[in-house]
Write a protein that binds this ligand. Structure first.
Ligand code: XLS
Ligand code: CA
Ligand code: CA
Length: 440
C-alpha cells in the first residue's frame, strides 16, 4: 500500500451536485453512474488524464520560461522527482474520480545515460505505478514512447535517415510496450511527432514511409509476442513540429494502414486540435474513422480559432461535444478506447486548483454534449432530414445502382427518361434550429 500525498489538500473528492450548485469543485452534468442510451456516463467516456500536460509540463513557450512551480518537483534527483510526481498524479486522478490515465515513457521516468539505465528507471516507476493502480483502482488507457523530445530525434524516429536513431527508437518502444503490458494498458499509441519532413530537397519520402510501416509491424509483432491484446493506435497530426507529418489526417492514416498491411491491429486516436490544424472539423475525422470501423480513441482538447497552433486547450465547446457524441452514439461508442484530456492549462493559469477547474469543465462539457446528443437522436426530425435526403437510393433503380447492378449507359438512359430532377433543399437551417432547440 502506497501512502497518498496531500498536494491538493483543500480539495475533496469531486462529486456531482447538479446545475443548481454554486460549488466550483463539483460536477454540474457528469454523473458517473447515470444511465444514458443504455450505458453509464463513466462507460460512455472512459475519461483519462494525460500525465504529461498535467504533472510534467512547466508551461514554457517560445517567448518565456515555465510559470509552474509544481510542489511535487522538490528533489534535485530526477528519479526521486518522478516518484513524487506519480504520488501527485494518483492523488489528483482519484480526487477527480477519473477511471484512466495515459503516459509517455519519459513522463513516468527520466531518461538515463544509456539504454540500459533508461530501461531500469522505467521499470522502477512502472512497478510503483502498478502499486498505485492496485490501491486506487485507476487503470491505464494507453502508454506511448516519447520519440520527439531528445535531440537524437531531430530528424525523426522510425523515419530518421540514420539507422542508429531508428534502433534507439526501437529500444524505447520495446520498453514502453513492456510497461504498457505490465500495467494492463488497453491501448498503445504512436504519435509520429517528428515523422515527417522539413523539405523534400533532402528527403526520400517513400523510403521513410516504408521504414515507418516496417517499424510498426515490428512493434506490433513484439507487442503480441509479450501478450499485448489491446489496440495499437496511430494519432494523426498534419504538422508541428515538422512542416509536414506523414500521419497528416484520418484519411491519410487509413490509406497508410491499408498500404502497410496494418489494418487488423491498428486503429486511430483522433485528437481534436490536430484535426483542426488539418483544416477539418473535429467531427470530420471522427466520422472518417468511425465509418471505416477504425475509431479507436480520442484525445479531447481544442484549438483556438485565432491562431494556427496546437494550443491543446481543454474542450469547452458544447457544439463540438454534441457532434462528437452523436457520432459515438451512432457508431457503438469508444471502448476499449476512451476520452483522454490531452489538454493543458494556459501559461498564466498558475494555481494548483486550476487543474481541477479545467478537467471539471471538460468532463461537464462532454456529459452535457451526451445528454443533448441523446435527445437529438431520439428526435425523428433529425434522422428524417438527414437520411431522407437519400430516399431515392432506398429502392428501385437507386438501390440497383448501390448494389452495382447498373451501367453508366443505363444511368444515362434514366436521365433521358426522367427529365430534369426537381431541386431538393438540404434543410441546413431547419436542422440547425432543430439541434439548437435541444440545447437547454
Ligand atoms: C502532441 C500529441 C502527443 C500524443 C502522444 O501533439 O498530442 O501528446 O498524444 O505522444
Ligand atoms: Ca494527443
Ligand atoms: Ca496536441
Amino acid at each position: 500500500m502506497q501512502t497518498m500525498s496531500n498536494y491538493f489538500e483543500a480539495i475533496d473528492k469531486i462529486k456531482f451536485e447538479g446545475t443548481d450548485s454554486t460549488n466550483p469543485f463539483s460536477f454540474k452534468y457528469y454523473q458517473e453512474d447515470k444511465i444514458v442510451a443504455g450505458k453509464s456516463m463513466e462507460d460512455h467516456f472512459r475519461f483519462a488524464i494525460a500525465y504529461w500536460h498535467s504533472f510534467f509540463f512547466f508551461f514554457s513557450d517560445p517567448f518565456g520560461t515555465g510559470t509552474r512551480d509544481f510542489p511535487w518537483e522538490k528533489s534535485h534527483d530526477p528519479l526521486e522527482n518522478a516518484k513524487f510526481r506519480m504520488e501527485a498524479a494518483f492523488e489528483f486522478i482519484t480526487k477527480l474520480g477519473v477511471p484512466f490515465y495515459c503516459f509517455h515513457d519519459r513522463d513516468l521516468a527520466p531518461e538515463g545515460d544509456s539504454v540500459a539505465e533508461s530501461e531500469k528507471n522505467l521499470k522502477e516507476l512502472v512497478k510503483l505505478a502498478g502499486e498505485y493502480q492496485k490501491d486506487t483502482g485507476v487503470k491505464l488507457l494507453w502508454g506511448t514512447a516519447n520519440l520527439f523530445t531528445h535531440p537524437r530525434y531531430m530528424n525523426g524516429a522510425a523515419t530518421n535517415p540514420d539507422f542508429d536513431v531508428v534502433c534507439h527508437a526501437a529500444a524505447q518502444v520495446k520498453a514502453a510496450l513492456e510497461a504498457t503490458v505490465e500495467l494492463g494498458g488497453e491501448n498503445y499509441v504512436f504519435w509520429g511527432g517528428r515523422e515527417g519532413y522539413m523539405h523534400l530537397f533532402n528527403t526520400r519520402m517513400k523510403r521513410e514511409i516504408d521504414h515507418l510501416g516496417m517499424f510498426l509491424r515490428m512493434a506490433r509483432d513484439y507487442g503480441r509476442e509479450i501478450g499485448f491484446e489491446g489496440t495499437f493506435l496511430i494519432e494523426p497530426k498534419p504538422m508541428e513540429p515538422t512542416k509536414h507529418q506523414y500521419d497528416f489526417d484520418a484519411s491519410t492514416v487509413i490509406a497508410f494502414l491499408h498500404e502497410q498491411d496494418l489494418l487488423d491491429d491498428f486503429k486511430l486516436n483522433i485528437e481534436a486540435n490536430h484535426v483542426t490544424l488539418a483544416n477539418h472539423s473535429f467531427a470530420h475525422d471522427l466520422m472518417v474513422s468511425a465509418e471505416a470501423g477504425l475509431l479507436g480513441s480520442i484525445d479531447a482538447n481544442r484549438g483556438d480559432n485565432q491562431n494556427g497552433w496546437d494550443t491543446d486547450y481543454f474542450p469547452t465547446d458544447l457544439y463540438d461535444a454534441i457532434e462528437a457524441m452523436i457520432i459515438l452514439l451512432e457508431h457503438g461508442g469508444i471502448s476499449p478506447g476512451g476520452l483522454n484530456f490531452d489538454a493543458k492549462l494556459r501559461r498564466n493559469s498558475t494555481d494548483l486548483d486550476d487543474l481541477f477547474h479545467a478537467h471539471i469543465g471538460g468532463m461537464d462539457t462532454f456529459a452535457r454534449g451526451l445528454l443533448i446528443a441523446d435527445k437529438i437522436l431520439q428526435d425523428p426530425t433529425f434522422k428524417e432530414l438527414r437520411d431522407g435526403r437519400y430516399i431515392s437510393f432506398d429502392d428501385g433503380e437507386g438501390k440497383k445502382f448501390e448494389n452495382g447492378k447498373l451501367s453508366l449507359a443505363q444511368l444515362r438512359d434514366f436521365a433521358v427518361k426522367n427529365g430534369e430532377p426537381a431541386l431538393r433543399s438540404g434543410k441546413q437551417e431547419l436542422l440547425e434550429n432543430v439541434i439548437n432547440n435541444h440545447i437547454q
